[in-house]
Design a protein around this ligand. Structure first.
Ligand SMILES: NC(=O)c1ccc[n+]([C@@H]2O[C@H](COP(=O)([O-])OP(=O)(O)OC[C@H]3O[C@@H](n4cnc5c(N)ncnc54)[C@H](OP(=O)(O)O)[C@@H]3O)[C@@H](O)[C@H]2O)c1
Length: 291
């Protein structure tokens, strides 16, 4: 009975929040001329986020490891209406390099309004944990420590501009998912760090927003290649995902769940019925294709 009531209340709260949030929109005037750094922008969701910011007239700094891909993305950003575009080649497995990226963005753009931390890599293959410490260290460096390094270097500039930090997380940053131990650990760590930092900003009256995007399965080339034959979920569109991320960032929302109904109910009931949640989620894995 009590669980039934809780379910009803949660559903009512979820529906109200969903419909209220969806009525808000952004206009190009809110973004034109703003200075944006998007990491992991050579492909996938990061590339699409760079395009969305370009369409509304931002100054964009791109970064990833592949120079040729960044050149192509930069060209497209200009065609779409970016006020200016720069790129810097960098490997986030090296923290000095991460520091250089943030500094280069501030120097080239003349400040920073949006720090979009999106890159992902180095977490090994999708499979059972085999005790490989090299993968653990690589994932925690690329997917966690480099995010903190970039934030640390950009902090003063973001405080000055009363800017925004956007973190790309995952349902795997809220609910432990099998076959991605190293990735999951990094995403949980990000969620802890940035929810703590958001509260510090609030308590110290610093007007810097922190948006955590909690994403489900998105149809990027790399994600589909990695897990396409191993899970039975349907992937959501990377273009729509990027649009929602940019909207949430500009509206300075603390969280985005995308796709909302594919994630929010699991997150809500995680603590209420953990075994049931685990059993439901386990059904999505094709175990015979996973090593
Ligand atoms: N796609 C999904 O299903 C999904 C689900 C939940 C959360 N997310 C999150 O959404 C974000 C984007 O995911 P995505 O699917 O778009 O990723 P993706 O397509 O694999 O793109 C990853 C980006 O990171 C860059 N990158 C990889 N290793 C790097 C390194 N060592 N140093 C610097 N850059 C590096 C890649 O460029 P280079 O190879 O050129 O370096 C690329 O631009 C990630 O944070 C991911 O965790 C994605």
């Amino acid at each position: 009975m009590a669980v039934g009531k809780l379910l009803l209340i949660s559903l009512a709260v979820g529906l109200t929040a969903y419909f209220f949030y969806d009525t808000e929109t952004i206009t190009p005037g809110m973004v034109r001329g703003k200075k944006v750094l998007v990491t992991g922008s050579s492909t996938g969701i990061g590339e699409q986020i760079a395009y969305k910011f370009s369409e509304i007239g931002a100054h964009v700094m791109l970064t990833a490891r592949r120079a040729e891909r960044l050149q192509e993305v930069a060209k497209r950003c200009l065609q779409l209406g970016a006020s200016s575009v720069h790129y810097v080649v960098s490997d986030m497995g090296n923290l000095t390099s991460a520091q250089h990226v943030a500094q280069e963005a501030i120097d080239k753009l003349g400040g920073l309004d949006y720090l979009v931390l999106n890159h992902v890599g180095g977490s090994g293959s999708f499979g059972y944990f085999q005790g490989d410490m090299k993968d653990v260290l690589s994932s925690i460096t690329v997917n966690y420590l480099s995010y903190i390094q970039l934030t640390s270097t950009a902090l003063k500039a973001l405080e000055k501009s009363q800017g925004s930090i956007v973190i790309m997380s995952s349902m795997s940053g809220r609910i432990g998912a099998p076959f991605t131990t190293n990735y999951c650990a990094a995403k949980f760590a990000l969620e802890g760090f940035y929810s703590s930092l958001r509260r510090e900003f609030s308590l110290s009256k610093k007007n810097v927003s922190v948006t955590v995007a909690v994403l489900g399965y998105i149809d990027t080339e790399n994600a589909v290649k990695k897990v396409g034959d191993k899970i039975t979920m349907t992937a959501s569109s990377k273009e729509d995902c990027a649009e929602e991320v940019v909207k949430s960032a500009v509206l300075r929302r603390p969280e985005l769940f995308y796709p909302y109904w594919g994630i929010k109910p699991f997150v809500l009931f995680r603590d209420l019925a953990p075994t049931l949640m685990g059993n439901i989620l386990d059904k999505f894995y094709v175990l015979e294709n996973i090593q």
